[in-house]
Design a protein around this ligand. Structure first.
Ligand code: PLP
Length: 385
């Protein structure tokens, strides 16, 4: 009796790890959100770069609804034909037809699997990562993330070497034969939108090829058309051995993947997951690719990104604009928290923060319009001047 009395008095609370805005979103369409009181918001952040084709895209909703009415889940013990359809579409649209696809559930999991593959392939244990990197919050992914605050003692190990980004001499000095793999973001996102130079990407690709050590491109945030190419690294004309993908892939449905070059061969049971590649995840990901293609969203990302940058360049209180396409960092001369708060409270516009306290991140849907960008620019000018 005592137990049931206690149970009615105590309610389970969320583990309080997130900084939360007190907003209750109940509906979304494209880049527009509505809260429970009907207040409208402009979404220029896409929930950390996840919303690629726009919230609640009708074709996406229809595809998922239809699949849900047939079958939502079975494990990877049977042949799921949607996985092959997804792989073929992804290969064609990304320019990686000859690669293999392993499906999983999150960016961190994709990177964990990439590290395992590199280590299986080389038989080595050492990973080279770069300063300010973010690769996820699980075991080795967080160890390869250059932020000691989120690395627990159990994640600290001797396998990761951090090197300064874009420093070829430091790279050459550290790049020994006992390296299992090199991981780099297509464009660093969480850090505050910092791009590796084309020369640096080409340099590390060449070095990795010469030693037959896998180059892992983390395109979890910068991939899927966000930068105006399918992958951010494609601006350098390089071909990594392993590419990890997640955020924009499912437009909010949790799905992620590892794209693997043909010379890295699969062995039964070397990787695996319960949920990865389930029917709903595949249908969500197929639908995203179909919409990206049909609506020319990669071109839109390029054009709207250029338009946004051209408008930002006219604003004197902007210190620096970084990024490509619709992955834009706006650095101010002072911390941006107050600007973000005012954009949200006074103009109902969501933008993102980054580890660089002065930098706002803009990561909207790839379908964002010029009218919506103008709305942001007017609001932004009024809060920073
Ligand atoms: N890699 C990069 C570049 C990211 O930006 C993130 C998330 O922000 C991750 C990996 C981790 O992805 P997830 O949160 O889906 O595990």
């Amino acid at each position: 009796m005592e137990n049931s009395a206690t149970a009615t008095e105590t309610t389970m609370q969320m583990f309080d790890v997130y900084h939360l805005f007190d907003i209750d979103i109940t509906k979304a369409s494209g880049s527009t959100l509505w809260d429970s009181k009907g207040k409208e918001y402009l979404d220029l952040y896409g929930g950390h770069a996840v919303i690629s084709v726009g919230h609640s895209h009708p074709e996406y909703v229809q595809a998922l609804t239809k699949q849900l009415q047939h079958i939502s889940f079975y494990s990877n013990s049977i042949h799921i034909k949607q996985q092959e359809e997804l792989a073929q579409k992804l290969g064609r649209l990304s320019g990686y037809n000859d690669y293999q696809l392993f499906l999983c559930n999150s960016g961190a999991e994709a990177n964990e699997n990439a590290f395992k593959l590199a280590s299986f392939y080389t038989g080595k244990k050492k990973i080279i990562a770069f300063g300010k990197s973010f690769h996820g919050r699980t075991s080795l992914a967080v160890a390869a993330t250059d932020n000691p605050q989120i690395v627990a003692p159990i994640n600290q190990n001797e396998h990761i070497t951090f090197l300064p980004l874009n420093d070829t001499s430091a790279f050459d000095y550290a790049f020994s034969d006992d390296v299992a793999g090199v991981i780099i973001e297509g464009i660093q996102g969480v850090a505050g939108v910092y791009a590796p130079t084309i020369a640096f990407l080409q340099h590390i690709e060449k070095a990795c090829k010469a030693k037959n050590i896998p180059l892992i491109l983390d395109e979890v945030q910068s991939g899927y058309g966000r930068t105006g190419k399918f992958f951010a690294h494609q601006r350098a004309g390089i071909k990594p051995d392993i590419i990890t993908i997640a955020k924009g892939m499912g437009n909010g449905f949790p799905v992620a993947g590892v794209m693997i070059a043909p010379h890295i061969k699969a062995k039964k049971e070397m990787l695996g997951t319960t949920f990865g590649g389930n029917y709903l995840a595949c249908v969500a990901a197929i639908s995203v690719l179909d919409i990206i293609e049909k609506e020319n969203l990669i071109t839109n990302a390029q054009e709207q990104g250029k338009y946004l940058v051209s408008k930002l360049q006219d604003i004197s209180k902007v210190k620096e604009i970084r990024g490509l396409g619709l992955m834009i960092g706006i650095e101010l001369y002072e911390p941006c928290a107050e600007v973000r708060r005012r954009l949200l409270e006074e103009h109902h516009i969501f933008v993102g923060s980054s580890s660089n306290k002065n930098t706002i991140r803009i990561l909207p849907s790839l379908a964002i319009t010029e009218v919506q960008i103008n709305q942001f620019i007017e609001a932004f000018k009024s809060v920073i001047t």
